[in-house]
Design a binder for this molecule. Structure first.
Ligand code: SAM
Length: 235
């Protein structure tokens, strides 16, 4: 993959108006054949990628599609809703049933069914809490081939992405700390996306193609006034 510099990335991302568009371009450029999505919901992202990325021949779809007792986020809906959501996902991606592998369970429980070093790409969009992103990054890295990539959603500059009653979102800055610990390059992309490249010969760098992520400290997180107060109160 030759795109890990700001000039190449900015050229690639020109006129890119959604995260769907962004990943279609990146996955085709990287000729991704085998991938996993952690957190699938109704299958909109999966269907879009399966329809538009020409090289993909295996797509692992990972989600419990179940109400979780210990996940305080708005997507944790009632059990009967998850039955409909699962059905919708199944129908929406049915056109690619020869490529999809549905792994119903939490990422930590089901990632073991994917062989090590077999994925070109994993997209993390499940549990965005500190606990969730920690588990997902640590558990998915061994599944990625050398030279492969990890991407993810909800790389937000505020932990209070949802109502203050919910657990904060800490994909940013945790993913940056993870990349630093593992000596890997990480990119901040538009539409709240991030990309980590697995490369044994690389070292840590943080390239920000958006200009939004200058401060990677928790204290520096750009939160609104009301939420800043809350954050400080909690600390
Ligand atoms: C934001 S939605 C995913 C949206 C989807 N990626 C898309 O772009 O259309 C989050 C999903 O993560 C799932 N989820 C929550 N905890 C999870 C875990 N530990 N492992 C896998 N999926 C999880 C939820 O069930 C929910 O369907």
């Amino acid at each position: 993959m030759t795109m890990l510099n700001i000039a190449n990335i900015q050229e690639l991302l020109r006129d890119c108006n959604s995260r769907f568009d962004l990943w279609i371009r990146l996955l085709d450029l990287h000729q991704v054949r085998s991938m996993a999505e952690i957190g699938v919901w109704k299958g909109d992202f999966s269907a879009c990628i399966l329809r538009n990325c020409r090289y993909i021949d295996r797509f692992y779809m990972i989600d419990p599609w179940a109400t979780l007792p210990d996940w305080n986020k708005p997507f944790n809906v009632a059990p009967e809703m998850f039955d409909d959501i699962y059905q919708e996902m199944h129908e929406k991606t049915g056109f690619a049933s020869d490529k999809r592998v549905i792994l119903r369970g939490r990422s930590k429980e089901v990632l073991k069914y994917i062989p090590d070093e077999s994925l070109d790409f994993a997209y993390i969009d499940g549990d965005h809490t500190l606990r969730g992103i920690t588990i997902d990054l640590i558990k998915v890295l061994p599944k990625i081939k050398q030279g492969g990539i990890i991407g993810g959603d909800d790389f937000t500059t505020t932990p209070w992405q949802h109502d203050l009653r919910f657990e904060p979102t800490l994909v940013f800055p945790y993913s940056v700390y993870f990349a630093e610990a593992m000596d890997l390059p990480i990119l901040a992309l538009p539409h709240n996306q991030f990309l980590i490249k697995k490369d044994a010969a690389a070292s840590f760098s943080f390239l920000d193609a958006t200009g939004k992520y200058a401060d990677t400290s928790l204290k520096g997180l750009a939160v609104g006034e009301g939420t800043r107060l809350k954050w400080n109160t909690c600390s």
